[in-house]
Design a protein around this ligand. Structure first.
Ligand code: G3I
Length: 314
């Protein structure tokens, strides 16, 4: 984990941000590599770092179709076994981090991308438990830590789309049962992106349900090589996102998926794409950083409560 042995990384993180999140170490394959055997050493280090530097910590993620341990994905589970495994995992992990992790992505990416955007049928939890696995996960999470802010997190559901309608329907039902508090908009976009009427309408309808939103995995990759023009377009995308966040009272946090181009999932997953973040490989602020700074310098002071109306910004 880069975080553990790079002082410049740590220094930038603590100087510039007030929320952090583990990119991989809170996922089930890391946390429960063998059934019933939990590996907390790495996420604990992140927790200690967050606490020492007065940063909030997001937990990502408890129930997902990806990055699950081999023993889970290769087992044949009855519904009862699936529920037991889910409850044990959620309860053990959330109790361990009680008071340290303020918000959890309880369920990640349960909804399919293509219309009619039903739950993904290839999901191990869907296959083992059935379509109520999402509700069950939130029930266990609420019970494990009633103080934690519980999120449903997904991509492609940030604006107007069949997928965002499906996510809306899902969380409306969960909210009616007092099981969910917020929706995570991953926000993996492209440089050039601008907030539009679809984002506004989606934020407003979630606010009407009484749900908060966090931008949870923001990045704006560019097609390599970088040019001044592309970096300027990227800066405008970051500016647009932050302005949008500040204009919507139920948006509580804007979290990026990394902050330095030295370490990002983008070039690994998308050949020819990169430089998606606000610091370069040497931790020098990019035009995107100065665009965010400009917005913050010219905006009204913000509140920092997570459950009450207000906003948190980096
Ligand atoms: O840990 C192994 C290492 O032992 C091995 O040598 C190496 C060789 O490939 O792989 C390492 O695991 C990689 C892991 O990241 C840790 O670096 C996996 O191959 C790689 O697939 C995994 O990618 C992660 C990806 O989720 C998996 O889907 C990315 O780092 C992580 O940024 C990404 O994060 C997701 C969010 O959780 C959900 N939203 C989308 C986002 C981007 O895909």
């Amino acid at each position: 984990m880069l975080f553990l042995d790079d002082k410049a990384y740590q220094d930038t993180l603590k100087r510039q941000f007030n929320i952090c999140v583990g990119e991989n170490v809170f996922k089930m394959e890391s946390l429960q590599p063998y059934r019933g055997s939990f590996a907390f050493a790495q996420p604990d280090k992140l927790g200690e770092f967050a606490q020492a530097n007065h940063m909030r910590l997001r937990g990502h993620t408890l129930v997902w179709h990806s990055q699950n341990p081999w023993w889970l994905t290769h087992g044949h589970w009855t519904r009862e076994e699936g529920l037991k495994i889910m409850e044990e995992h959620i309860t053990t992990v959330m109790r361990h981090f009680k008071g340290k992790v303020y918000a959890w992505d309880v369920v990640n990416e349960a909804v399919s991308d293509a219309a009619p955007c039903d739950l993904r049928p290839d999901n191990i939890w869907f296959k083992a438990v059935g379509p109520d696995f999402v509700q069950k996960a939130f029930e266990y999470a609420r019970r494990a830590d009633p103080e934690a802010v519980l999120y449903y997190n997904d991509f492609g559901a940030e604006g107007a789309s069949p997928k965002s309608d499906a996510v809306y329907k899902l969380v409306k039902d969960l909210k009616a049962k007092h099981l969910v508090d917020g929706v995570g908009w991953q926000s993996h976009f492209q440089a050039g992106w601008k907030a539009d009427a679809g984002n506004v309408a989606n934020a407003e309808r979630l606010a009407k349900l009484g749900l908060q939103i966090s931008i949870t995995e923001l990045d704006f990759p560019i097609t390599m090589p970088s040019t001044a023009e592309k970096l300027a377009a990227q800066a405008e995308s970051y500016r647009s996102m932050l302005r949008f966040c500040l204009s919507q009272p139920n948006i509580k946090a804007m979290v990026m998926w990394g902050f330095t181009d030295r370490s990002s999932w983008i070039p690994i997953f998308f050949k020819g794409q990169g430089d998606a973040l606000i610091f370069d490989r040497d931790y020098k602020p990019k035009p995107a950083y100065f665009a965010l700074e400009d917005v913050l310098m010219h905006s009204a002071p913000v509140h920092t409560s997570t459950k009450e109306p207000g906003r948190e910004v980096p």
